[in-house]
Design a protein around this ligand. Structure first.
Ligand code: GAL
Length: 669
């Protein structure tokens, strides 16, 4: 089974049900095509009801019953909620907010990431589980903790503060080096010893941005240490069982590049909001990120809602067809399956109103019917499992940059945030039908025709040098506004923005010119008008072609969009945040020879190098005749001869030869 086939299933909480329900669960799971379930995620207090006394009897029976039913297990290490006895004995495990409030037990995931007591007990539990189940044939995957950073992303208690100081001592060696890196001469913060440094609890005014940046790095690393503590036990005891921890899509607080490096398979929990008409765009972006985090190997959609969730203020259900379409969207972008939260409707607890695969109203329900159709379909398209995706373009994502930009409390505009900068560029490339990988700023970029840095406020000189080399070798780089402003310590680059990109881009930023809320600015690009929101700049094109200029307003006539050629390569700078980056991206795509396919159909191709599978997804409410390669639709068996009719919210997966795929994309690499 997985990863040789597509996984289908969900979270399963048999510990919340009498055992006579289990057999019904298994037979209904089989009817629905379920082949993998996640169990035990929040079961610590049941498995270890008091310190050192373990009760595995129910878990033994559950795993054996699932195995007998042919269903594999994604076994949680159960460390996501510390048990009440541990909290009662060690109340210092409870996390503390920036205001000094200690959060009470009674929800979930309420632990201080730096607590050695929590970590030691968690690791002991993991060892017990690994010893007991590591060789059980049903166990396909270890599910470490749950959504690190959900609820608690940072803790400000004294234990965390000590941990932060140790982390700083390791990073800087001496307090002098730290004072230099943080620029503590500003506002009189020169420290005499690392022991004087506080966790950035609530302060009278804005905090030192370098202090905040290191706090974000530290807080991510504190949770990473927990992940490493668990993986090291599992790798030691059960080296053949792959490990994962479920990510939360594009998540601010954790540097997922560093987390993903610890995992065998990247998994994601995706909850696009059915009330948001653009939710599928953000979902596509998140799935591209998951694939990229896993170094472009298949990943796994481990949780999604069959219909409504229960944690938004208003929880709109998914209309018929949306759950199926969203599942295929994840698979199109590299997931080797589709799983849900959760299998059976609960009888109690905080998630009573969350949709489930098997609703409280039973099997004669819309949701169960849709689930069963999807499970049956996925079982018949197993051949796509393991296939890969090749992208022409890449977007640079650097958590250090995200944190430097978003955490600093003294910026030109609070609206200029990483997600705001990313959104127009990702969406424009999506609408143009371009497949995108995410890359780190120090990744090898050579294989991409186009690399986009929507914003690189924090940019290290070494990374800028790599981007220079990429363009010199013929690559096309598009850099978004407010880039090259500070270095890795959050110190300004001398000479102003775009700092180490100044020669590459051929521009100088005289002054950041953020726009008032809801204001806009106009840019003339070869006679057509583009609109900026949030951000513009007083820009000089020292040594670059002016492709677009501000028109009207204070910046009238100044360069807005520039290009500097470097042999076959070129470096573009867009000094404003476009409402719609389509016009800018169209120019850049044309320059680097990527042929857009903007017909409103989402197209992504998976391939094993010989056979290719072109996924066509219609997110619209009307049927579309979409261009398609000659081949067979895996779902309906229909043969496409250049065109295929996709009903509203319809999906096709056209199997065809790899060479034919390249021709369809206009790709002659
Ligand atoms: C996830 C979590 C699950 C469940 C789900 C509900 O964040 O991992 O345990 O709570 O949300 O949508």
């Amino acid at each position: 089974m997985w990863p040789d086939s597509l996984a289908f299933g969900g979270d399963y909480n048999p510990d919340q049900w009498p055992e006579d329900v289990w057999n019904e669960d298994i037979s209904l799971m089989r009817a629905a095509g379920v082949n993998l379930v996640t169990i035990g995620v929040f079961a610590w207090s049941i498995i270890e009801p008091e310190a050192g006394r373990y009760d595995f009897s129910w878990l033994d029976r559950v795993i054996d019953t699932l195995h007998a039913g042919g269903i594999g297990v994604d076994l949680a290490t159960a460390t996501a909620t510390p048990p009440p006895w541990l909290i009662a004995g060690h109340p210092e495990i409870k996390p503390v907010t920036a205001d000094g409030v200690r959060l009470e037990f009674g929800s979930r995931q309420g632990y201080c990431p730096s607590s050695p007591i929590f970590r030691d007990h968690a690791v002991a539990l993991v060892r017990e589980l690994a010893d007991r189940y590591g060789t059980h044939p049903a166990v396909r995957l270890w599910h470490i903790s749950n959504e690190y950073g959900d609820h608690i992303t940072e803790c400000f208690c004294d234990v965390s503060q000590e941990h932060f100081r140790r982390w700083l001592a390791e990073r800087y060696g001496t307090v002098g080096a730290l004072n230099d890196a943080w620029g503590t001469r500003h506002w009189g913060q020169v420290y005499g010893s690392i022991d004087q440094i506080p966790a950035p609890r609530r302060m009278p005014g804005p905090a030192n941005p370098s202090h905040l940046l290191d706090w974000r790095r530290f807080s991510s690393d504190a949770l990473l240490e927990l992940l490493r503590a668990e993986t090291s036990v599992l790798r030691d005891v059960t080296p053949n069982v792959p490990v994962t921890t479920n990510f939360m899509s594009m998540f601010y607080s954790l540097d997922y590049w560093r987390f993903a490096a610890e995992l065998d398979v990247v998994t994601d929990d995706a909850y696009p909001d059915p009330a948001d008409p653009h939710a599928h765009l953000d979902a596509a972006r998140n799935y591209d990120l998951m694939r990229s985090l896993g170094r472009r190997k298949p990943w796994l959609l481990l949780e999604q809602a069959p219909s409504a969730v229960s944690w938004r203020p208003i929880n709109v259900p998914k209309r018929p067809g949306i759950m199926r379409l969203g599942s295929y969207q994840a698979i199109a972008r590299g997931s080797d399956g589709a799983l849900f939260f959760q299998w059976r409707a609960p009888r109690f607890g905080s998630e009573l109103h969350h949709s489930t695969m098997l609703p409280a109203a039973g099997t004669e329900t819309r949701i169960f019917r849709e689930i069963t159709v999807l499970g049956t379909e996925l079982a018949a398209i197993d051949e796509v499992a393991g296939t890969r995706i090749t992208a022409d373009a890449a977007i640079i994502l650097d958590w250090d940059n995200w944190w430097a930009l978003d955490a600093d409390e003294s910026m030109p505009s609070v609206l200029m945030r990483w997600r705001a900068a990313l959104q127009p560029f990702y969406r424009a490339l999506y609408h143009a039908g371009v497949t995108i990988d995410f890359v780190r700023p120090d990744d090898d970029l050579a294989e991409y025709r186009l690399v986009v840095a929507p914003n690189s406020y924090l940019l290290r000189e070494a990374d800028a040098n790599r981007w220079n080399a990429y363009v010199a070798a013929g690559g096309t780089l598009l850099v978004g506004p407010f880039s090259g402003v500070v270095n890795g310590d959050a110190h300004a680059h001398c000479g102003g923005a775009p700092g180490p990109l100044a020669d590459l881009l051929g521009v100088r930023v005289d002054e950041a010119w953020p726009l008032a809320e809801n204001a806009s600015a106009a840019i003339d690009i070869a006679g057509s008008v583009d609109t900026a929101t949030i951000w513009t700049e007083w820009l000089r094109a020292a040594d670059a072609d002016v492709v677009g200029a501000y028109t009207g307003g204070v910046l009238d006539g100044l360069p807005a969009l520039t290009r500097k050629k470097h042999g076959a390569g070129s470096a573009w700078y867009v000094s404003y945040l476009p409402v719609d980056a389509g016009p800018v991206c169209d120019l850049v795509l044309a320059a680097c020879g990527i042929v857009p396919a903007p017909d409103g159909i989402e197209r992504v191709e998976r391939s094993d190098g010989t056979t290719s599978y072109l996924f066509l997804l219609n997110h619209g409410d009307t049927a579309v005749d979409a261009a398609a390669p000659v081949g067979e639709d895996l779902i309906t068996g229909a043969v496409s001869a250049g065109q295929l009719r996709l009903p509203p919210r319809g999906v096709a997966i056209v199997r065809h030869g790899a060479a034919a795929a390249a021709a369809t994309r206009g790709d002659n690499r």
